[in-house]
Structure formats: structure tokens, C-alpha cells
Write a protein that binds this ligand. Structure first.
Ligand code: BES
Ligand code: MN
Ligand code: ZN
Length: 500
């Protein structure tokens, strides 16, 4: 694990120094000092390397004259007045990635007169981003390739007020714990991580003061969860429904919790409506919504958030077999509404229908937010830049969009309405589990979910199918499981439920 420490902003004399530079190559207070000491090496290197201090750009200056430093990495922050916390998290990630084979380094967040946030904030978020980028999942490599191994062992961050930076970093470090936990869960293969073992991982949150309840198949049968159980019946791995309550708000007036609901399909083969073989291995990440919810609850409990939050995750495996449900089957959901299963690969919404109903019936929440890798269509619309947002409530949308923007987990809202809702009417049951397949697939899925939301209950659905797994590195996350949603949900709670 990357060791992170905070130090006063005196210039280090050896090893690697990372120094922030503003746009047009403007050096800060310490940068100017070092430039002078080296006889202008930094200025000349920036000119020679056409380095202009643009956001996240990096220039490496080796063995600068008149110092014992082995390397100075200049890292651009762009216009200091516009530099904000999410940018520094990205800069932290870019720094980690650029440090190559260095075992240890000191990052100096330099002083600029017009920096948009305090140096302490910038420092804390830089550390956060570096930690997020340092993630790796290599437990199944028996022969470690030294080239691939994350290199940097310890990172010191220097600024004017290291004590303040350390204090600001503490809760971010807890959020990072939640993110790492979620990434690990998503990365695990489906033969290791199936409903029972995923439920066990959620149960471990008990140690943080979270009340965890696990429903088994019989209990779900008693509650009439025919939609969830229909998906589960084709697999030898029995389903689980897990709830995690974090009641951190000690004010007795604010009782009703916020509910997070996550899709936890530990493997989605498509069922009898079998998916094509190519790329099917990726469907181990079809539990990323559940992982994000578990990770968010871990983050909130770890940093002792002053809010009441409950996470509900529906855990099933979607498999074809002689026991599997067939296209055309009609199931009865816990809400008593009937569903014609026209496609067994549209299983996420079936599972969520019962989980949403259960969350509302059991916890009477003030609002419900579900996260799911629900539709391939969402990446047709948005690619891998935004998650889709669907909701019956403008205020909730604004709160979520704002939180997302502030943590580099952006959301884009889609329309909903009666005309779309009609798409899922069925001739034989109250509804069918997909539209005609000729468009608006992500909206049809959201309309389906909304039929399981109680009248006037504020609800939002976030389709993370395009965001849960990265095919290439981004600054704050190496390729693979992203744990998209953990930062978002944590920030949504701190912005809207923890204010004095
Ligand atoms: N888990 C998939 C959606 C998905 C696709 C997630 C790609 C991540 C990457 C979901 O269960 C699914 O199969 N959806 C179908 C719905 C269709 C049958 C209406 C889809 O998107 O094709
Ligand atoms: Mn599916
Ligand atoms: Zn699925």
C-alpha cells in the first residue's frame, strides 16, 4: 500500500521532487527559489520541453544543477484561479502514474497568489488522487512481473500547513478505503464472488458499526419476491438480499434514512436469452452497483458520517439451466405487480424491482437512489464519460448532478414520461421487462424501475453500465474496476445531510 505523509514546505535536497507549475509556465514561491538556486534550469527546461503548465501535463527534469535531487517533475495545474479539488485529485493520480520507478518522492504544492482553494485542500486532494491511482488487483498472479508492479512505496506531500492538509485528508482516506473495497469486489471473478460470498463481504461492515441483515431464499420467498427469485432460479448459487444500516445522525428529528439500492448480478450470462460468447467474461462486473453501495456504506461508516443511510443490495447469478426461467414466463413481484419476462437478459430490472420495493417497505426512506449496470444502451448514448441519470424529482437530480461534478463522477439526465412508459405494457401481464428493442432502451429500463417506486417518493436511478469498468487508465483510476458511485454517494450525503 502507498504510504502517504505530510510535511512542511521546505525544499527537499535529494530523491525526486514534484513541483506544481501554473499556466504559461509560471513558477510559485518555492519553484522560483529552486529555479534561482539551479541557475535557471527549470525555466530553460520548460522552454526546451515546450511545457506550458497546462492541467495534468508533466515535464521531467533530471539531475538539476547545484542540487542533489535526482529528478524534478514539473506538473501543470493550469489557471490557479480555476484549480479546484477534483482537478487536484486528477493531478495526484497523474503524478503517481508519472513517478515511474521512483520508490519515494516529495510533492510540493506550491504557493500561488490566486489559487482557487487553499494549499492544504489542494494537498489533501492530490494525496487522495495518488492513492486512488495506486490501486492494483494482483492476488492471482503467482509470478509477479516486476515491470507491472506498482512502484511508488511512499509519497510525502509538502505544503505551508501540513497539519491542516492531514486533517482534510483523513475523511478522504476513508472514502478511498470504500473505493478500494468496491474495486476489489468488482475485480473478483464470479467463481470466487457469488451471492453468498459477496454477502459475507458486506457482513464485514458490522465491524464498523453497520447493522447488516442477510435474507436467504426462503425469507425472500415469504416476502413474495418472485421477480428476483425468477432470475436466481437458473443458478446453483442461491441469491441473497443484504441490507446495511448506518445510523450516524444522532439528532432524533432526522430519522428517515436515505436508501441506496444496488444491482448485484455476480455473473450475467443472459440466462436462456444467452449473451454472445465474446466479451461475456466481463459480466462478472454486473454487480458493480452493489459494490458501489457497499463501498459507499463502508466510506460513510469509516468516516462516521452524521447521516442515516441504508444500503440494500440484491445478489443473484443469472445462468441458463434446466431450472432457469424461460422467455415468456410470468412472475409475481413483491409489490404484487405481474411481469412478463420477454428476455431473461433484462434481469437487472427484475432483481431491482423487488429490492426497491423491499427498501421502501422496510426502511420508509426519505429518498431512494439505485445504481446499476443496467443497459448496454447507456454507453451507446453516453460512451464512457457520463453515467445516465433518471428521476422523478428535480431537486434530487440537482443534488446528485452537483455532487457528481465535484468528484469527477458526472451524470447526465435523461427524459422519462408516459409515452416511454407505454413501451413496457404487456398483453398478458401488468408489464413486460423490455420495450420493443427499437430504441430508448435505457429509458424503458428506468420506466420499468419507476413502476416499483411508491407514489411521490423521490427516486433516482443511475445507470453505470458504461462507467463501472475502464478499458484504459484515467488519471485517478487504473484500467479495470472503477468503483464509480462511491465518491458520488459519499459526496451526496456530505453535501445534503451532514450540514450543521
Ligand atoms: N448487465 C447487462 C447490461 C450491461 C451491458 C452492463 C454491457 C455492462 C456492459 C444487462 O443485464 C443486460 O443484459 N441488458 C440488456 C437489456 C436488453 C435485453 C433489453 C442489454 O443492454 O442488452
Ligand atoms: Mn443481462
Ligand atoms: Zn445484467
Amino acid at each position: 500500500m502507498l504510504k502517504i505523509s505530510f510535511a512542511p514546505d521546505s525544499l527537499p535536497t535529494q530523491n525526486t521532487l514534484v513541483l506544481t507549475v501554473a499556466s504559461k509556465g509560471a513558477l510559485g514561491e518555492q519553484g522560483k527559489k529552486l529555479d534561482k538556486k539551479t541557475g535557471g534550469v527549470l525555466s530553460r527546461a520548460m522552454k526546451a520541453g515546450a511545457f506550458d503548465g497546462a492541467k495534468e501535463k508533466i515535464l521531467s527534469v533530471l539531475c538539476p544543477a547545484k542540487t542533489n535531487l535526482s529528478k524534478v517533475l514539473l506538473v501543470g495545474i493550469g489557471d490557479p484561479a480555476e484549480a479546484d479539488a477534483p482537478l487536484f485529485a486528477c493531478i495526484g493520480g497523474a503524478i503517481f502514474a508519472a513517478l515511474g520507478k521512483d520508490a519515494q518522492a516529495t510533492v510540493l504544492i506550491d504557493k500561488f497568489a490566486d489559487l482557487g482553494i487553499t494549499e492544504a485542500e489542494a494537498t489533501a486532494h492530490t494525496a487522495f488522487g495518488a492513492r486512488l491511482r495506486s490501486y492494483g488487483f494482483d492476488k492471482y498472479h503467482t509470478k509477479q512481473n516486476a515491470e507491472d508492479k506498482p512502484h511508488l512505496k511512499s509519497l510525502a506531500l509538502a505544503c505551508k500547513d501540513p497539519a491542516a492538509a492531514k486533517t482534510l485528508f483523513a475523511p478522504l482516506d476513508k472514502v478511498a478505503d470504500g473505493i478500494m473495497f468496491a474495486r476489489d469486489l468488482v475485480s473478483e471473478p464470479a467463481n470466487v464472488l457469488y451471492p453468498e460470498t459477496l454477502a459475507q463481504h458486506a457482513f464485514a461492515l458490522t465491524a464498523l458499526g453497520v447493522k447488516v441483515d442477510i435474507l436467504d431464499e426462503d425469507q425472500m420467498k415469504k416476502l413474495g419476491m418472485g421477480a428476483l427469485l425468477g432470475v436466481a432460479q437458473g443458478s446453483v448459487n442461491p441469491p441473497r438480499l443484504v441490507s446495511m444500516q448506518w445510523m450516524g445522525d444522532k439528532n432524533p428529528k432526522n430519522k428517515a434514512p436515505v436508501a441506496f439500492v444496488g444491482k448485484g448480478v455476480t455473473f450475467d450470462s443472459g440466462g436462456i436469452s444467452l449473451k454472445p460468447g465474446s466479451g461475456m467474461e466481463k459480466m462478472k462486473y454486473d454487480m458493480a452497483g452493489a459494490a458501489a453501495v457497499i463501498g459507499a456504506i463502508k466510506a460513510l461508516a469509516s468516516r462516521k458520517a452524521k447521516a442515516n443511510v441504508v444500503g440494500v443490495v440484491a445478489l443473484v447469478e443469472n445462468m441458463p439451466s434446466g431450472m432457469a426461467q424461460r422467455p415468456g414466463d410470468v412472475v409475481v413481484s413483491a409489490s404484487k405487480q405481474t411481469i412478463e419476462v420477454v428476455n431473461t437478459d433484462a434481469e437487472g430490472r427484475l432483481v431491482l424491482a423487488d429490492a426497491l420495493w423491499y427498501a421502501q417497505e422496510t426502511f420508509n426512506p426519505s429518498c431512494v437512489i439505485d445504481l446499476a449496470t443496467l443497459t448496454g444502451a447507456i454507453s451507446v448514448a453516453l460512451g464512457h464519460e457520463y453515467a445516465g441519470l433518471f428521476s422523478n424529482n428535480d431537486t434530487l437530480c440537482d443534488q446528485l448532478s452537483k455532487a457528481g461534478k465535484n468528484v469527477s463522477e458526472p451524470l447526465w439526465r435523461f427524459p422519462m414520461g408516459e409515452a416511454y412508459d407505454k413501451m413496457i405494457d404487456s398483453p398478458i401481464a401488468d408489464m413486460k421487462n423490455m420495450g420493443d428493442g427499437r430504441g430508448a432502451g435505457s429509458i424503458a429500463a428506468a420506466q420499468f424501475l419507476q413502476r416499483f417506486v411508491k407514489k411521490n417518493a423521490p427516486w433516482a436511478h443511475i445507470d453505470i453500465a458504461g462507467m463501472a469498468w475502464l478499458d484504459k487508465d484515467v488519471s485517478y483510476c487504473p484500467k479495470g474496476a472503477s468503483a464509480f458511485g462511491v465518491r458520488l454517494l459519499d459526496r451526496f450525503i456530505s453535501d445534503n445531510y451532514e450540514a450543521e
